[in-house]
Design a protein around this ligand. Structure first.
Ligand code: TXA
Ligand code: MG
Length: 311
């Protein structure tokens, strides 16, 4: 391990950039989890077709605990398996500073304390939580060595080389936000091991539990106000979610996702702006069209979900 590289990586993270780093499971593509714009870069780099929620990595359990509504099962599992290949899904804390884009607008947050010494060194030295999906392009196999990451992204992403990953499979993901614990993704920490610690059966998501992948869940953030897509004019009382250098006129209130028409900037602003516009003073939210290119497709996917009234 090279100290220079670690030093550089810390600097890049603190500047809002991306760094690939090893964990005991797979290599992660990390960015400052508190910075919406940095998190938007992750989605752009991976070419994710839509905003799947990301796991947020912490140096210590105490730091993770502060960003969620912690509960007794979480305490038991963290005690038993952290640091390690286990991710806990919990309700976001009211005052959580984690970027809304990291959890794709969901009311929950996936948190994990990795065990890999280089991951821990990076988290500690940066003094920030890291949002990190597996460091592969969307739809490809997760990387378990630095060379795999380079094959995915070339020189586009600096890589901290920690050798081959010990686990080589993504972390176990358990949802502890509901009445009963639910296994969303199997991994090195088995359902049996979870059940033993919790003293109760852990159901598997899927057909049994009637729950599909998180990206398919209907529980994505949707505003209370009606959201009107592809607006070419503003109706009386509407707030405007604008995009680009020529916003529509006549809105009661307006927020512009990106005056420059930059979809990455727009993605970073999207969830925060929707929340700010979702106020009783307005009759509805009119959203200007966003081009379908790059992260625009993901933005439109989220806007479309948010506009559906049939939940
Ligand atoms: O081992 C791992 O978990 C690796 C390393 C880098 O930590 N990361 C990883 O991230 O595999 P990713 O993005 O490839 O997978 C994250 C999984 C996805 O299945 C995602 O849907 C789920 O975690 N997830 C994240 N946040 C969630 C949430 N709030 N609710 C439900 N599922 C969530
Ligand atoms: Mg992945």
């Amino acid at each position: 391990m090279s100290t220079t590289l670690l030093h550089d990586a810390v600097h890049i993270i603190q500047q809002g950039g991306l760094v690939a780093f090893p964990t005991e499971t797979v290599y992660g593509l990390g960015a400052n989890a508190l910075n919406e714009r940095a998190v938007a870069e992750i989605y752009a780099m991976k070419s994710r077709p839509r905003f799947n929620p990301l796991i947020v990595h912490f140096a210590a359990p105490g730091a993770a605990r502060a960003q969620v509504r912690w509960n007794a099962p979480a305490e038991a599992l963290a005690d038993a398996f952290w640091p390690g290949p286990l991710t806990l899904v919990l309700p976001r804390a009211q005052d959580s500073r984690v970027a809304l884009l990291a959890s794709a607008g969901l009311p929950t947050l996936a948190v994990r304390v990795p065990a890999h010494p280089l991951a821990r060194a990076l988290l500690e030295a940066a003094g920030l939580p890291l949002a990190a999906p597996s460091a592969n392009r969307s739809g490809r196999i997760s990387p378990t060595a630095a060379a795999h990451v380079r094959a995915e992204f070339g020189d586009g992403v600096p890589v901290l080389d920690g050798g081959p990953c010990e686990v080589g499979l993504e972390s176990t993901v358990v949802d502890l936000s509901g009445d009963a614990p639910l296994l969303l993704r199997s991994g090195a920490v088995t359902a049996e091991a979870l059940s033993r610690v919790l003293g109760r059966e852990v159901a598997r998501a899927g057909k049994d539990a009637g729950i599909a992948a998180p990206g398919m869940l209907q529980s994505h953030y949707a505003p209370t106000l009606p959201l009107r897509l592809n607006a070419d004019s503003v109706r009386p009382g509407e707030a405007l979610l604008a995009f680009g250098p020529q916003p529509l006129t006549g809105a009661a209130y307006m927020l512009n996702l990106s005056e420059a028409g930059d979809v990455k900037e727009a993605a970073a602003n999207l969830f925060a702006y929707l929340r700010r516009l979702d106020q009783k003073d307005f009759t509805g939210i009119a959203a200007m069209p966003v081009p379908q290119e790059g992260l625009g497709a993901a933005i439109n996917d989220r806007l479309m979900r948010a506009s559906r009234r049939d939940k």
